[in-house]
Design a protein around this ligand. Structure first.
Ligand code: MRU
Length: 398
């Protein structure tokens, strides 16, 4: 166990570790990812989660495997550029089966495969081990570049989003704002900084944040376990609410905006995000509160015309019938023995046995309920009279 941290992904060439988010906020334990099978497992079991982090960990798990196979094992199965390209394709196909809803993994897999195919068919690519190593190096370099690019994109999302919210608030005569966020979209869900939580960080850094609220986000509790952890860690003034308190919060607490992330934004702006996002968008509309989606442009899926076409992942009933946490007995142990090593994260049964369970991990907020989509390239809004987001046009011109 190491010290509390917000670093979800630790990488150096040939070595990848992810912070086990199932154990947060009570234990800080890193898990080594030795290759694609480990990468698939940590994503599937949600030890690492959040759309950008899923894509990055998947890409890097293959980078680690390729590095080991080429550099240390000189694997005969990877002796030519074509063999490396076929290997990368098969491994990416497997990684794509880990979680279906977030598009970032699919976008990254498509982009990396195109890059590898191009490298393998260059006239300069010799059909030998040296040519194979060059193709592997091209893949590894591109996967590694995703880490720095994601942080840069998040910083831009934070800046654009904060400016947008503060401009709106200024029109109402407010200089500092209260915002609500859902799920976890911060450093833990990305390479660092975060998307919707990046906007909150930016607002705080520029003195524009009065207070942040975060939902608990049942059933997996990304809000109470992860976002609350990040907010406390960063000393951002913040309050946790249960998911069913949001309408009361909007009615009573003068919230300027709800900011959420996205797992997939369809071509018309319909947005799949953590379950509960849809009801937040409805109550935001009812209360006249800005509802903002914050996501890198890699979360936009122009191939998917609208939200009805998005595959929604359904997860284990155990996430609903049980809750992860630390028991009071464990806490007493920690106090008594002053030994963090005694902390154990456990799963506690909270539902009547025999009850049926429905556990969709995501839902879709229709674009009609969304005020703006904030990307690293700028803010997409609807002009008066427009009834859907001009996403294609925006991307073409930025
Ligand atoms: O099931 P999760 O925890 O992977 O879901 C995460 C979310 O829905 C996030 O809001 C989304 O991926 C954006 S993360 C920047």
């Amino acid at each position: 166990m190491s010290a509390p941290t917000l670093e979800a992904i630790k990488y150096r060439r040939g070595h990848l570790e992810v912070l086990d988010q199932l154990l947060l906020p009570f234990e800080t334990v890193y898990e080594v990812v030795r290759g694609v099978d480990d990468g698939h497992m940590v994503i599937r079991t949600m030890k690492v989660r959040g759309a950008p982090a899923i894509a990055i960990v998947a890409a890097l798990s293959l980078a680690v495997e390729l590095h080991v196979e080429i550099t240390h094992r000189a694997s005969p199965a990877l002796a030519t550029p074509a063999a490396v390209a076929a290997f990368v394709e098969a491994k990416l196909e497997h990684l794509k089966t880990s979680r279906p809803t977030a598009v970032n993994l699919f976008e990254a897999a498509g982009r990396l495969l195109r890059l590898v195919r191009t490298a393998a068919t260059q006239p300069s690519a010799t059909a030998d081990a040296a040519g194979a190593a060059a193709v592997a190096a091209a893949y590894i370099g591109a996967a590694e570049a995703m880490l720095a690019q994601d942080i840069q994109d998040n910083k831009n999302i934070g800046r654009f989003g904060a400016e947008f919210i503060l401009e709106h608030a200024a029109r109402k005569g407010n200089g500092r704002v209260r915002v609500l966020t859902h799920c976890n979209t911060g450093s833990l869900a990305t390479a660092g900084w975060g998307t919707a939580l990046g906007i909150i960080r930016d607002l705080h850094a520029r003195g524009g944040l009065d207070h942040a609220f975060c939902t608990e986000t049942r059933p997996y509790n990304q809000g109470s376990r992860l976002t609350a952890y990040e907010l406390v860690y960063e000393k951002i003034p913040s309050t946790l609410v249960c998911d069913d308190m949001v309408s009361a919060l909007l009615k009573q607490k003068d919230i300027a905006a709800i900011v959420v992330g996205a797992d997939r934004v369809a071509a018309n702006g319909d947005t799949a995000n953590k379950i509960g996002t849809y009801q937040l968008a409805i109550t935001a509309k009812y209360h006249g509160v800005l509802f903002i989606v914050a996501a890198p442009s890699t979360s936009i899926d122009l191939e998917t015309p609208n939200g009805d076409a998005i595959v929604i992942e359904e997860r284990s009933p155990l996430e609903v019938t049980h809750i992860r946490g630390r028991t009071l007995d464990d806490e007493a142990n920690v106090k008594e023995h002053d030994s963090p090593a005694r902390v154990t994260t456990t799963s506690i049964e909270i539902a009547a046995r025999g009850i049926n369970v429905w556990n969709p991990a995501f839902d879709v907020a229709p674009q009609s309920l969304i005020s703006a989509i904030v990307t690293e390239k700028g803010v997409i809004t609807k002009a008066p009279g427009q009834d859907s987001f001009p996403i294609k046009e925006f991307l073409a011109s930025h």
